[in-house]
Design a protein around this ligand. Structure first.
Ligand code: AVI
Length: 326
């Protein structure tokens, strides 16, 4: 049954409502994947990361286990003190491999996870307090670049920024270049970034990762419609949409769609608008790009970085690429 609307729900005060409206009024229809992540979306994404089919997190974890010594050598070149910053750290499962090793080696660093959610930061900080009590942690709430820009003004210490999990794959090439160029503008020459890239591979392996047998990824995508029902007073009938995944091995684009199973009209009370769907009409909801070294080099060069080292897992499924700001 649909959640009853309250007054708060009906107020389209943010860009959320207007972006959804623009996306559903467009042809073809599209909604940004950043709207997946309400509390339920966060919970489902945690579940995805534990799926057998979703190899990405395990591959990056294996890279950190294997190469933590080397990473510390690069990060703390000549035993320089550094700030280890992380964009969107989540529960820090992978990063803790590095943090633990750096502490054991008495590296001079502090850890500064950056997130727009104060709750995420609090949970991470409290788990770190228990697991790594001697670690200096300073969670920084806010937009990524705002936080970095503030630090640039006050602090000359080297920064190393982690952007893991192939989050970069959720951007198109021009968006990725613009994001990375903004990142570069917030850094000083010699600062470093470590970026996780999911690589092109057997297309079946990729498709399975985004269309798992137990249907968690389907629920993750469908949750977007639930979110619109709850927060914007929409009346999506979830039985009239299905999740569909495609992968194009040439472009490396893995795409997620929600497909309308019937001709139908959906109304969104928060904006007082109805949207018409043809039978089989898709809403494009996510792009998860897969990379090769050529594209990684092009991204670095176009955004003001030089590639220092590419680290891979033994299957060569995933690359953590270490760049320096030039
Ligand atoms: C967050 N991002 C890197 C994930 C990905 O692989 O594109 C989101 C995701 N979507 C479906 N499964 C996982």
């Amino acid at each position: 049954m649909e959640k009853e609307l309250n007054e708060e729900v009906l107020l389209p005060t943010d860009t959320f409502a207007s972006e959804i409206d623009a996306g559903l009024s467009a042809n073809p229809k599209a909604i940004s994947s950043r709207y997946f992540y309400d509390a339920e979306g966060d919970r489902l994404f945690q579940k995805i990361m534990q799926l057998d089919e979703y190899y990405l997190s395990r591959a990056e974890y294996a890279i950190f286990k294997e190469h933590k010594e080397l990473l510390l050598q690069y990060f703390a070149d000549q035993r320089t003190a550094f700030h280890l910053m992380e964009f969107g750290a989540g529960d820090g499962w992978k990063t803790k491999v590095l943090l633990r090793h750096f502490i054991e080696q008495h590296a001079k660093f502090d850890y500064r996870p950056i997130d727009i959610s104060g709750n995420v930061l609090q949970e991470l900080e409290s788990s770190l307090k228990t697991e790594l009590p001697s670690l200096q942690v300073q969670g920084m709430e806010g937009e990524y670049f705002e936080v970095l820009n503030q630090m640039q003004k006050t602090d000359g210490q080297r920064k190393v920024v982690l952007f893991l999990g192939s989050n970069i794959g959720n951007f198109r090439q021009h968006q990725a270049i613009s994001f990375l160029s903004s990142l570069r503008a917030s850094l000083n020459q010699g600062d470093m970034v470590l970026i996780g890239f999911d690589m092109k591979k057997d297309p079946h392996v990729i498709r399975n990762a985004y269309d798992d047998a137990s249907g968690v990824t389907r629920d993750f995508n469908m949750n977007l419609l639930k979110r619109l029902n709850i927060e914007l007073g929409a009346n999506f009938d979830l039985t009239k949409f299905k999740h569909y995944q495609s992968y194009d091995p040439q472009s490396g684009e893995c795409r997620s769609y929600l497909i309308s199973l019937a001709e139908q009209e959906v109304t969104m009370q928060a904006i007082g608008v109805s949207y018409y769907f043809k039978k089989w009409e898709p809403i494009h909801v996510e792009i998860s790009r897969k990379f090769d070294f050529e594209t990684i080099n092009e991204l670095a060069a176009s955004s003001g970085f030089g590639v220092v080292k590419n680290l891979q897992d033994t299957d060569e499924y995933f690359t953590d690429s270490l760049w320096v700001a030039t």
